[in-house]
Design a protein around this ligand. Structure first.
Ligand SMILES: Nc1ncnc2c1ncn2[C@@H]1O[C@H](COP(=O)(O)OP(=O)(O)OP(=O)(O)O)[C@@H](O)[C@H]1O
Ligand SMILES: [Mg+2]
Length: 450
């Protein structure tokens, strides 16, 4: 991609309405534009990152054996009356009437619809376990939409639903989700800590939220500092292995980590004082086991091994896909702008031409561009007739983790400069070596983009 042809409406001024750094940077970097309170257009750069995040979520869900599908955003109120949530949901639900006067709504979540699909098509325990999921726009008419995409009214969410014959099977599904979520967030360069939480309007007993520690987070959290030493890493996992998944669950949830809703002072004070932490966190996901709450209300039963109709055990599991952009930026930025982790960066490296129009410099940039593309890497080539300072500032703002700087002086010695956005460190090397190094860096971080 050439910057001269890209749509990147960078803002010079810091937008006054944005209170937190991720919101400011997303507006300044031309990633989003507000269209109404809590509702945003995703401009090309923002959309690219959104798709990367979405694709990581898909890859990890499919790896866990969960099945992607898509349900409508506009749903009939009738199903929601069956579960009792049409009235219970309150003002957060956006209610709509169609031309025939029928009550419709914009989906805030999809337990009812997916349960209806299940009960229409699955009759036997032999067709389970089953986990269906989607990544789809949701709408919740939040009282106070704020912080940009972090608390929108329209937002993009992965929601998954497991259907199991027994509570034991459903708890395995719960553990599978926990493991897949740990992998998902780590691939995005994030540490998201599972914390015991409150179930809210979804209902149910067992639930964990995943929180990214950040001063701007809306949740107050209490934890044993030992939880921040845990990481899933690149260990192998067999998602059908019940004991292995339960082991990961235990490893990541035994140490004290709770949100304020379930915080217990006595348990907290049992932790050695030097390990007690009180902080703030951003909720980027939540998993629930709620048993037969919806299956009983909506008659989702299957024939069990004994031939008797049994209500299925369910859980639902969400990831805040659009909120994650904000959370990642909160966790990874500096005074000059965003610093994307390799797994989600919109472009793999920026190419900065210090002397646009110089035949040699132009040719070298184009050669690097083609060499990267040949390896499946996406460069963003700043080919504008701008001063070097302006080009560097744009690259720093939009946060590509690597930059290749090309100028006549270096080319005389056969080298270009490869700079890390995170450390600011630069290295001079021949263009082919710089491209080879990028290919090495991105091994294991290649995610399908756009
Ligand atoms: N208004 C929102 N804007 C952006 N993302 C959201 C919003 N509400 C929820 N999410 C994301 O969707 C995920 C799953 O939704 P869930 O039903 O658990 O939300 P929630 O617990 O009501 O969120 P919150 O407590 O932040 O309002 C959340 O973990 C969060 O990451
Ligand atoms: Mg939640």
């Amino acid at each position: 991609m050439r910057l001269s042809r890209y749509f990147l409406p960078v803002l010079k001024e810091t937008p006054a309405e944005a209170q937190i750094v991720s919101h400011r940077l997303m507006l300044r970097a031309g990633m989003i534009k507000q269209s109404a309170a809590g509702i945003y257009s995703w401009l090309p750069l923002g959309f690219k990152v959104l798709r990367k995040i979405e694709n990581i979520v898909h890859e990890e869900q499919m790896r866990a054996g969960h099945m992607p599908m898509l349900m409508p955003t506009i749903q009939s109120a009738d199903l929601w009356r069956e579960s009792g949530r049409y009235d219970a949901y309150g003002d957060e639900m956006l209610r709509i009437k169609d031309r025939g006067g029928r009550d419709m709504l914009f989906t805030p979540t999809a337990e009812e619809l997916v349960t209806d699909i299940f009960r229409s098509h699955v009759n036997s325990y032999k067709d389970m376990p089953l986990t269906l999921y989607q990544i789809q726009w949701k709408f919740r008419d939040e009282v106070r939409p704020r912080f940009g995409v972090m608390r929108g009214r329209e937002f993009y969410m992965k929601d998954g639903y497991n259907f199991d014959l027994t509570k034991e099977d459903a708890l395995h599904a719960y553990n599978r989700h926990l493991v897949s979520y740990l992998r998902t967030y780590e691939r995005m360069g994030l540490q998201a800590i599972p914390m015991r939480a409150d179930s809210g309007p979804i209902g149910g007993d067992d639930t964990h939220e995943f929180l990214v520690l950040a001063d701007t987070g809306e949740s107050e959290v209490f934890y044993d500092s030992a939880v921040t030493d845990l990481s899933f890493g690149d260990r192998d996992i067999d998602y059908s292995d019940v004991a292995q998944c339960a082991g990961v669950m235990e490893e990541f949830t035994t140490k004290y980590a709770r949100t304020d809703e379930t915080h217990d002072e006595a348990l907290f004070h049992a932790i050695p004082e030097e390990r007690r932490r009180t902080a703030r966190g951003i909720e980027v996901g939540q998993i629930f086991y709620f048993g037969t709450k919806y299956s009983e209300a909506m008659g989702a039963t299957v024939q069990g091994p004994d031939g008797k109709p049994t209500p299925v055990h369910m859980g639902s599991h969400g990831i805040g896909v659009s909120r994650l952009l904000g959370a990642i930026i909160e966790a990874s930025h500096d005074d000059n702008g965003i610093i994307w982790p390799e797994g989600v960066t919109p472009f793999h490296a920026g190419i900065v031409n210090l002397k646009q129009g110089d035949a040699e410099a132009d040719a070298a940039c184009e050669a690097i561009e083609s060499a990267m593309e040949a390896l499946g890497l996406e460069p963003l080539y700043d080919d504008r007739n701008e001063r070097a300072g302006g080009k560097f500032a744009t690259m720093d703002l939009i946060g590509l983790p690597w930059r290749i700087t090309v100028g006549p002086r270096g080319l005389k010695n056969g080298v270009v400069e490869l700079t890390s956005r995170r450390t600011g460190e630069s290295e001079e090397l021949p263009p082919e070596a710089a491209v080879a190094k990028l290919a090495e860096i991105y091994k294991g971080h290649m995610v399908k983009g756009l």
